[in-house]
Design a protein around this ligand. Structure first.
Ligand code: ADP
Ligand code: MG
Length: 479
């Protein structure tokens, strides 16, 4: 088989037909409904109730804090909501010392509280003083806490850690309520802050876009109905009718309804859509990449879509092509290939965005990038093949990304009615920076059941500062 023929074979196995798109939308709706009814199916979509019961209108006012414990940094920010869809934001970032990641819960949370105090001293000295004078909790600043580890949430302001990931290992925190832990250390330090909400970046994206939408679009782009992330991973959140969330305990529903609540935001965890692979396109390379991950067999939608995986899929294809004598024939065997080409996760998806659009005559930019990123010299023919492979991978990613969006529009009936338009808030480097990604996603949306008419009425917009503003908004909408 020639290199061109092998590339053609990949192109056709990565192709996503209209039929596959429509079947996938149907499957997504089916699995979403199942996930709303119960948590029994361990391979199902989690559809987690976020205990946020409304999205902001843009008229919210006041100053709220947000704290974000990610993998490597702790960010504290304050957001001043001006009530006219706009806000001011100040933030401070500090790296988490390595010994804090494997020490005790008290050490970590006392450290986080000390960083919040330092932030207040620098940016909100007045609030600190006012609280000390009156000594009343009523003057406390509300904080939304984004805790990017798996947590089981029981209310807006409580959630217990399921397990640590990303290099953290502090056993005494597992199963503990992380909101209470942070509050305990804030109180111990006499820091006038009330942890009002446990936030999530996807829910935050929905809220922050909803808050800003009217200012940007003059209110003409319809309601914000979905917040979606296409970055290292992919996930989405939307507003669901309380009555449809069948798995919520009856007592909780009764209590919420008594407060006038009608809806709740659902964090879908759609990275886990179709873990049984009933509809998603699957190739040998998808199986190989999945096997290299820490969680094989789950998050299979994410592994075909997001930034963490696109580069790795390409690397796996290139290694396979080499073993078949189709490329890099100067290297006699696998062991002699450049080290980085042999190393999983060493080909960053950011490089693919350059391969994608290199239209220069001899593809010099691609040649230089491959040399820098992988220490891999290439011929023009090899670079042309790499570009074709890249385009197959990114197109499949963008096409199947249309599935959850179309499915949620159908599930919620968001486009039903005359002259209705809807707005989707998105965040993440892939959707923001990958050339042509949003255009391909829109092409696929038009092929789904919502059709070209639905696609034209669907607006996709970047949610700026999604995680900070979103967490602050979570605190602001607490009831
Ligand atoms: P996070 O997911 O941690 O919030 P990002 O949204 O920035 O962070 O996403 C990072 C991911 O996006 C990485 O996997 C990276 O490879 C990928 N990425 C960064 N820039 C680009 C780009 N220009 N094109 C495609 N992927 C990119
Ligand atoms: Mg992010």
């Amino acid at each position: 088989m020639s290199l061109q023929e092998a590339v053609k074979e990949i192109q056709s196995s990565f192709d996503v037909s209209q039929e596959v798109l429509q079947r996938s939308v149907d499957k997504f709706i089916e699995l979403a409904k199942k996930g709303l009814a119960s948590n029994e199916d361990k391979l199902g979509m989690p559809m987690l109730p976020a205990y946020v019961t409304q999205v902001p209108s843009g008229k919210e006012k006041g100053t709220y804090l947000a704290a974000d414990l990610g993998g490597t940094n702790f960010r504290v920010c304050s957001v001043h909501l001006k009530g006219d869809n706009t806000f001011n934001l100040v933030q401070q970032k500090s790296p988490i010392p390595a010994d804090m990641m494997v020490g005790t819960g008290d050490q970590l949370f006392a450290y986080l509280a000390s960083k919040i105090r330092k932030f207040l001293e620098e940016h909100h000295g007045d609030a600190l003083e006012a609280a000390h004078e009156t000594n009343s909790r009523a003057n406390y600043l509300k904080l939304g806490f984004t805790f990017s580890f798996p947590t089981a949430q029981h209310s807006l302001d409580s959630g217990s850690l399921v397990r640590w990931t990303k290099g953290f290992n502090i056993p005494d925190v597992v199963d503990q309520d992380v909101v209470q832990l942070l509050q305990k250390h804030l109180d111990a330090g006499k820091i006038p802050v009330h942890v009002a909400a446990l936030a999530n970046d996807t829910v935050g994206t929905l809220l922050s876009r909803a808050y800003s939408a009217n200012a940007i679009a003059g209110g003409k782009q319809g309601e914000t109905i979905i917040g979606a992330i296409f970055g290292t991973g992919t996930n989405g959140a939307y507003l669901e009718k309380l009555d449809n969330i069948k798995k919520l305990p009856e007592a909780v529903v009764k209590d919420l309804k008594a407060k006038g609540v009608t809806h709740m935001v659902i964090n879908t965890e759609w990275g886990s859509f179709d873990n049984r692979l009933e509809v998603l396109p699957t190739t040998k390379y998808d199986r190989d990449v999945d096997a290299l991950t820490a969680n094989p067999g789950i998050h299979l939608f994410e592994k075909r879509v997001s930034g963490m995986f696109m580069g790795e899929i390409l690397r796996n294809i290139l290694v396979d092509f080499h073993s078949r004598g189709l490329v890099f024939t100067q290297y006699p065997n696998f062991e002699s290939l450049p080290h980085r080409l042999r190393t999983p996760w060493d080909l960053d998806s950011e490089n693919l965005s350059l391969f994608e659009v290199d239209d220069s005559k001899d593809m010099k930019p691609t040649e230089v990038t491959l040399l820098q990123a992988l220490r891999l010299p290439t011929t023009l023919e090899e670079r042309q093949a790499i570009q074709a492979l890249t385009r197959a991978i990114s197109r499949r990613s963008a096409y199947i990304s249309a599935v959850p969006i179309a499915a949620i529009i159908m599930l919620t009936g968001a486009l039903e009615g005359h002259h209705i338009e809807v707005d989707i808030g998105v965040d993440g480097s892939v959707v923001e920076f990958y050339p042509g990604y949003r255009t391909m996603l829109r092409d696929a949306l038009a092929l789904t059941q919502i059709g070209t008419k639905g696609e034209r009425r669907t607006h996709i917009n970047i949610a700026k500062d999604g995680s900070g503003v979103g967490a602050a908004l979570c605190a602001s909408v607490s009831i």
